[in-house]
Design a protein around this ligand. Structure first.
Ligand code: ADP
Ligand code: MG
Length: 377
């Protein structure tokens, strides 16, 4: 019997009807542009969040997480409503709310995606719940529909104004590929991302830093991009070339300009990275990662000392490229590095963090893995 089935049985006194898993993600390149209709190039990591679910004959929702000591949270279906407190359960409740679940359910969650490390444990949780609910209630929703639903759950129920990337890749990823996702219409293309045969690895460095700016900083950057769009009279930052944007600099205040500049240059870097991957040019990919980091650090100003130290140390250890990933102000960085340099690089980063009096970092490596799926029970 699967571990989650056993735990479900211990907790709820019967087995689950459906089990589903959804992965966390790392965005190779294309940061802070999903909400500007841009392109992003994430891949799914091998760590997943697993959800087991069964219907009830009444309207009670009972929900628990192994990571939250399996205390059972209870709520009546009719009480589902946005912005209720800070409970972790709202990530799952939001999905039930958006999908319009109309009978009570029992839900058990077991997540292996590290929480709050910038690897999107929130999307993994939402997408695992959505996949399980879609299957259990035979809703027949497509992957793009589930991506929009889970994004809506996080935006409108949890209250986090995230873009669509995390949920899309958690749902749609293929093993051995990164997902080129056009955030304007959610069309996607699987781009082979086979680094192992090249003797390369993607090292994920969780800085364990979480700076207070996270929430306000994100909303503010997003507002700057919207302001640039409004003042330039365009429909989105997607619809302007780097050259044209630069030529219209005088129409924007300096902060708005430089934030939008990150967005338009990052969109170009994503397409360049796809070309680099298609021609197996990992040196070029590394350069683009470095440019992305500098843009996030200097133009978008969402990096922090811990992320910069991780990136600089990885480069000093011979990484082909490195950058912060995720929203910024903490969380993780990635480094594209030769497999035989990984250990040395980890040691150097750990040492540099200790010398700087930063919290000890955590390390993960992952090959590009599969998206959400139902697990035979
Ligand atoms: P990230 O998505 O980068 O990991 P977030 O702050 O967006 O960080 O989401 C983390 C939150 O998602 C956790 O604080 C918790 O509320 C919820 N969460 C994610 N995974 C689980 C889990 N396995 N069990 C309970 N809550 C979870
Ligand atoms: Mg998240």
């Amino acid at each position: 019997m699967l571990e989650i089935s056993k735990r479900f049985h211990d907790l709820f006194g019967r087995g689950p009807e459906v089990i589903a898993a959804a992965p966390g993600r790392v965005n190779l390149i294309g940061e802070h542009i999903d909400y500007s209709d841009g392109f992003v190039l994430p891949f799914a990591i091998s760590d997943t969040t697993v959800v087991a679910i069964a219907k009830r004959s009444d309207n009670l929702i009972r929900i628990a997480s192994v990571q939250k000591r399996t205390d059972i949270m209870e709520m009546q279906l009719g009480e589902l409503a946005p912005y209720q407190g800070e409970s972790w359960a709202r990530y799952a409740l939001g999905v039930l709310w958006v999908l319009g679940v109309d009978t009570g359910v029992e839900v058990l969650i077991n997540g292996r995606v590290p929480l709050g490390a910038g690897l999107s444990s929130s999307a993994a949780l939402e997408c695992a719940v959505a996949t399980a609910v879609n299957h259990l209630f035979e809703m027949g929703k497509s992957l793009p529909e589930l991506a929009r639903a889970t994004q809506k759950a996080e935006n409108d129920y949890v209250g986090v104004p995230c873009g669509i990337m995390d949920q899309s890749v958690s749902l749609m990823a293929h093993p051995g590929s990164a997902l080129l996702l056009d955030c304007r219409d959610l069309t996607s293309e699987h781009i082979p991302f086979l680094i192992a045969p090249q003797g390369l690895e993607l090292l994920i460095i969780d800085t364990q830093a979480h700076h207070k700016l996270v929430d306000g900083g994100y909303a503010e950057r997003r507002a700057s991009c919207e302001k640039a769009v409004a003042e330039l009279g365009i429909t989105s930052l997607r619809n302007i070339s780097v050259a044209e944007y630069a030529a219209r600099q005088s129409e924007l205040d300096p902060v708005t300009y430089i934030r939008g500049f990150h967005a338009v240059t990052e969109m170009k870097r994503v397409l360049d990275a796809v070309e680099a991957l298609k021609s197996n040019n990992f040196t070029r990919l590394g350069e683009l990662l470095n440019q992305s980091h500098r843009s996030l650090r200097d133009d978008y100003t969402v990096s922090c000392p811990e992320l910069n130290l991780a990136v600089d140390t990885a480069l000093a250890q011979g990484a082909l490229g490195a950058r912060m990933v995720g929203g910024g102000f903490g969380g993780s960085a990635i480094a594209l590095i030769r497999t035989d340099h990984v250990k040395r690089c980890q040691g150097a980063i750990t040492k540099a963090f200790a010398e700087a009096n930063f919290k000890a970092p955590r390390f993960f490596t992952s090959l590009p893995s599969a998206g959400a799926h139902v697990i035979p029970n």
